[in-house]
Design a protein around this ligand. Structure first.
Ligand code: CP
Length: 309
């Protein structure tokens, strides 16, 4: 399987066979992600890390991945310090990054920005989240986490909870889980339901998601509970945000009737949707999930630049 030079824009760009290959490769990367082993397969490579929107996990795990494999990182975490401030176009910024580096990672508030970047760059472009659109590397690390913890992805009862309208991670994830034949339940306030096109994609792949607002009932049979933050920054109306924030809170009381081996995932950052008391329970997987961003991104950086372990 050859990923050299490939842009990673959407999880839909991958077949199930390719996703399985990436998961397998990421598994081999775990001791390198922990610093227990070292191999400089990205020595001499430079990554442009272009973050037009805030990030903790995605940016730092990409940078950690590059450093752990012997590569170097240039870039910015705040576009206000760049010539975008003087009116430079995204296309020209990408042309510059392309001439200074070998791989480009971009997070941008506009849906489609990463695909556009891919059109202007020779170097492989990795989408680190574009507006309410896609977040493919998050999706891959989520699949990697479920596969690692449950030994398989198919047939698990998976509940996606929270802001299913604006949450880009759940759009990519719902598609990918349907590709694997997982059983899907979507729990959200009525105004934040999963977009129809995502539901249609699941149905076309033979998976009929259940839609409900009853979290208590959904949690009882769940193998994986995937919670999301209400995406305040994407609401056109602050009053609408205030109406739905705090609709669902995962706490120990809710988990009393859950399966013993239920895992709780969250792309993070969390705000109020998971009570910190849950952190001490064996259900809490979200910090390990965030760590899994390193082996997955090490695998992707290595694959697109043609390096191998
Ligand atoms: N999960 C995720 O994308 O987190 P950051 O916004 O901190 O990168």
């Amino acid at each position: 399987m050859n990923f050299t030079g490939k842009d990673i824009i959407s999880i839909k760009d991958f077949s199930k066979k390719e996703i399985n290959y990436i998961i397998e490769y990421a598994t081999k990367m775990v001791p390198y992600a922990k610093g227990e082993k070292y191999k400089d397969i990205l020595k001499g490579k430079v990554l442009s890390s272009l973050f037009f929107e805030p990030s903790t996990r995605t940016r730092l795990s990409f940078e950690s991945s590059m450093n752990r494999l012997g590569g170097k990182v240039i870039g910015f975490s705040d576009p206000s310090g760049t010539s975008q401030k003087k009116g430079e176009s995204l296309a020209d910024t990408i042309r510059m990054a392309d001439s200074y580096s070998d791989i480009i990672v971009i997070r941008h508030p506009q849906e489609g920005a990463a695909r556009l970047a891919g059109e202007f760059a020779e170097a492989p472009v990795l989408n680190a989240g574009d507006g309410a659109g896609r977040h493919p590397t998050q999706c891959l690390l989520d699949l990697f986490t479920i596969h690692t913890e449950k030994k398989k992805i198919e047939k698990n009862n998976i509940v996606l909870l929270g802001d299913l309208k604006y949450g880009r991670t759940v759009h990519s994830l719902a598609y990918a889980l349907a590709l694997y034949g997982a059983n899907l339940t979507f729990v959200s306030p009525a105004s934040l339901r999963m977009p129809k096109e995502v539901i249609n994609e699941c149905t076309e792949m033979g998976v009929e998601p259940t839609q409900t607002s009853n979290l208590e009932k959904a949690v009882k049979d769940a193998d994986v509970l995937y919670a999301t933050r209400i995406q305040k920054e994407r609401f056109p109306d602050a009053e609408e945000y205030n109406r739905v924030v705090g609709s669902y809170i995962i706490n120990n009381n809710l988990l009393e009737n859950a399966k013993k081996d239920l895992i709780i995932m969250h792309p993070l950052p969390r705000v109020t949707e998971i009570d910190p008391e849950v952190d001490k329970t064996p259900h809490a997987l979200y910090f390990k999930q965030a760590f899994n961003g390193v082996p997955i991104r090490m695998a992707l950086l290595s694959l697109v630049s043609g390096g191998t372990l």
